[in-house]
Design a protein around this ligand. Sequence first.
Ligand SMILES: [Zn+2]
Length: 426
Amino acid sequence: MFRLLNDVVNNSDGACTLDALDPPSVEGRVLYAVVAAPRTAAASGASVLPRPSFTWIGNMHGDETANRELLLRLAAGLCSGELADNDARWKALQGSTTVRIIPTMNPDGYERRTRWNANKVDLNRNFWSNEFPYAKPTLDQARKRDRYGVTMYPAADMWSKVGNFSLQPEAVAVSRYLAAAPPDLSANLHGGALVANYPLDACDSVGALSSCPTAEEPLPRQLATAYAVHNPDMAAQGTQPFSGGTVQGSAWYPVLGSMQDWAYHQLGRLMLTLELHEVKDPPAAALDELWGQNSVAFLRLMELAGIGLRGRVLDQQTRAPLAATLTVTSPASSRPATADTARGGYFYKPLAPGVSYDITVQPYSPSGGAVKYLPILLKGLRLGVSTDRVTAEGSAVTGAALRLERTLLATRAPASKKKKMLRASS
Ligand SMILES: [Zn+2]
């Protein structure tokens, strides 16, 4: 894998780099990410807004191989410039967006062609965060059977069976990598079905509830639709609970500890779980057709990275990046976001088209220093696209219509009277 990806990067004329994730797999194989970033990004440094970013993660289940091959093809096409040479939309994407590609997050499972990692753990049940709004299931819940001997809490049962009480190195490596610079949007690729699955995968720790869309709706459903409408075979999947090739994860079947739920609860970011091929390990001859069915959908989804409000919070006097909490006051159900000092005061809040948002930004000093800042009120924020259909289908709808970008200069609050008096008397 290293040699293959190294060739892709070496042939990119500087357009791509290779990241090695840490730690390696159970059997010591390194997980790699190809990073396709505009060449100007490094030169621009910390003074500008980070570009919208998208991360692809493939082959989480080692026996679902075709999505790995699609990501290798995507990486090669981006890094060589071949995709951009032939299409203005690909060119615009590469000029604007940082794309990271992890072709396989389960190299040991791939070698054995098994779903699990080398410890026989299902990696898509192995993510957990203290931010999950429920506790881990107990062993009692996992073992509980009704009078017919049937599992009473399937989600808890599956969780305990696949050994999720210990975090696996592959899940650690990918979660660390994602947390270091959270992608604005990401996708986790699978095979065995044909559907765009959007969060959440679990509503509670035992699988008692089956419907729990995130507070970002309708955007996650629109993103899934954006994928499906560009993949006609997927869009044709309409048998309940699938609708137009999409499904909210928990309405299909509850999955505890999935990566897309982790991304939402831990990072406040949206991730889709895309099931791209009904045959898990198709022959190489099928790959051309599969690429044809998915490449435009890949492109559309990446164009939607960063849809919403993006920006930075800086101290008005020193221009130093600040931390901040962004509270959405209208619609009240929408979840808060934060600005990250480590990324130059960067924040990203997903917004859905057609909705007007009021947001209060409260900057604060990252070190918890004495300087206080006045809140910044953002009223009536609305995207330049107004309907979900246009968002999903609109091939020409990019950039400014999808993203509101703001550099927010935080004003220091006047010092309190007590401080002034102290200063005067000293
Ligand atoms: Zn899978």
